[in-house]
Design a binder for this molecule. Structure first.
Ligand code: SF4
Length: 461
């Protein structure tokens, strides 16, 4: 039944030129880029097939918990720099680029960037408020761009979460403009305490389908940055509820539901740890992911560094150590679960704070371990065969967790211990020696930290 309904939607509701672009650019060539990543990994080379690029820091909204320096002086990646980046990534087989911000549609040359690469596929993470009917038409003409428009709650919640009045209606207008222009459109939500009951519902998914939205993506709110707002975080129980909902809806609703944190068996993973994606900020700094705002390399060339993009990624000791520490520690999010280990990696490499505010280290130091997407023993496998197969071949941990025992290093254990005993000894993993030689790294620089119990609520268990 699901197959029929989904096929009917795809055949009847999409423009065939756009559908072809999606199938060819994203489906066929995107698959090839993941296969190339897998074969590079066998040689120990990590060049992410999915690059997420924040092309601008500015935004018209002031969302709770945003970690981007949206109020600072505007910084953009300009057209020549983006062309160079995309061209070099294409040489490694990449075709997909996530365009992030700030608000990407505030970039004065976003269309020049996108129009320069008809052989790629772009997903633009946007609040939708700048997408006029004319801009939607321009997106349609390109055919290889999908806006992923964020909705953070109903009218009241959305306006509160996003720091302005009228946000919800203006965002819906942007969605409608895209749908009217026949653009392949997605809607995403960062699930938080304030919106889970409104948006993690069948009614909301049905409404999206009725509107003509083709795919949706439920992120989990992560407390990061200068305004971390941890009270918005979902409890582990709510996170499991979100995962179960996604799995259930995938099996019965004719809408694609994206997620980035689980394989087909429901095992957690981190897309930065398996190297499938890394992030570039508006200053051109290369970061492991958008919430890890520390960097050693830049996409921009300098007198000291004339290396290609591929060389910068594959030779980065900082990125390699980040991935290895994450792989050794948890299948979940190293940043949330073990912020002090991330701090050690950053300090070891003297990675620079890549924010404009310059307080990323203090923010990291202020974090307490908390659970993330990793809930061992509670895995929820995919019910839908298509997702299961797609993940089996194209989206999984690619073996990076093999041989690692996370039972004493990941947050579920740490948090439980701290609640039960009042104090916790944080087990260390090797932060690597920086040489890349496995023999050298076989002697982990173990430093046992005894810390007072972080303030952890029972609700995190
Ligand atoms: S480090 Fe955390 S936020 Fe970053 S990609 Fe991994 S799981 Fe996601």
């Amino acid at each position: 039944m699901y197959t029929l309904k989904m096929a009917k939607r795809v055949l009847l509701e999409t423009n065939k030129r756009l559908l072809w672009k999606l199938v060819w650019n994203m489906g066929v060539k995107g698959t090839r880029s993941v296969l190339k990543h897998k074969s590079r990994m066998k040689k120990g080379q990590f060049f992410p097939p999915f690059l997420y690029v924040s092309i601008i820091n500015s935004c018209n909204l002031r969302c709770q918990g945003c970690w981007v320096d949206v109020a600072h002086k505007q910084q953009t990646i300009d057209v020549p720099a983006m062309n160079k980046l995309i061209t070099e990534a294409k040489a490694a087989g990449n075709v997909f680029f996530g365009i992030v911000g700030g608000e990407p549609f505030m970039h004065p040359e976003i269309f020049e960037i996108l129009e320069g690469h008809p052989d790629c596929y772009f997903q633009v993470f946007t609040n939708g408020q700048f997408i006029t009917p004319e801009k939607a038409q321009r997106l349609f003409r390109m055919g290889n761009v999908t806006p992923l428009i964020s909705v953070e709650g109903n009218e009241i919640i959305s306006d509160q979460r996003r720091g302005r009045d009228g946000v919800f209606n203006k965002t819906l207008e942007g969605i409608q403009n895209c749908l009217d222009a026949n653009v392949m459109t997605g809607v995403c939500t960062s699930l938080a305490k304030s919106n889970i009951d409104h948006l993690l519902t069948e009614q909301w998914v049905d409404r999206l389908i009725e509107m003509g939205v083709l795919y949706t993506w439920f992120h989990i709110y992560r407390p990061m940055g200068p305004d971390a707002t941890p009270e918005l975080c979902l409890s582990p129980e709510e996170q499991r509820r979100a995962r179960q909902f996604v799995v259930d809806m995938r099996a019965k609703k004719p809408i694609v539901i994206v997620d980035a944190y689980y394989d087909g068996e429901g095992q957690a993973l981190c897309p930065a740890a398996n190297g499938i994606s890394h992030h570039i900020n508006p200053w051109g700094d290369i970061e492991p992911c958008p919430i890890v705002q520390f960097s050693k390399e830049s996409i921009h060339s300098s007198e000291d560094d004339q290396r290609t993009l591929f060389e910068k990624f594959t030779q980065s000791e900082y990125l390699r150590d980040f991935r290895e520490v994450a792989q050794e520690t948890t299948r979940g999010c190293i940043v949330l679960e073990r912020p002090e280990l991330l701090q050690q990696v950053v300090e070891k490499h003297s990675a620079k704070d890549s924010t404009a505010r310059g307080t990323a280290m203090q923010e990291l130091q202020a974090m307490n371990p908390r659970t993330s997407q990793y809930h061992p023993g509670d895995e929820i496998p995919e019910k839908n065969l298509y997702y299961r197969l797609a993940k089996k071949f194209l989206f999984n941990d690619f073996g990076v967790y093999n041989g690692h025992d996370h039972s004493k290093t990941a947050a579920p254990y740490i948090v439980k211990e701290s609640v039960n005993t009042g104090t916790v000894t944080l087990p260390q993993v090797s932060t690597g020696c920086g040489s890349g030689e496995s023999a050298c790294c076989s002697e982990p620089d173990v430093v046992t930290l005894n810390v007072d119990a972080p303030v952890i609520e029972d609700s995190q268990l």
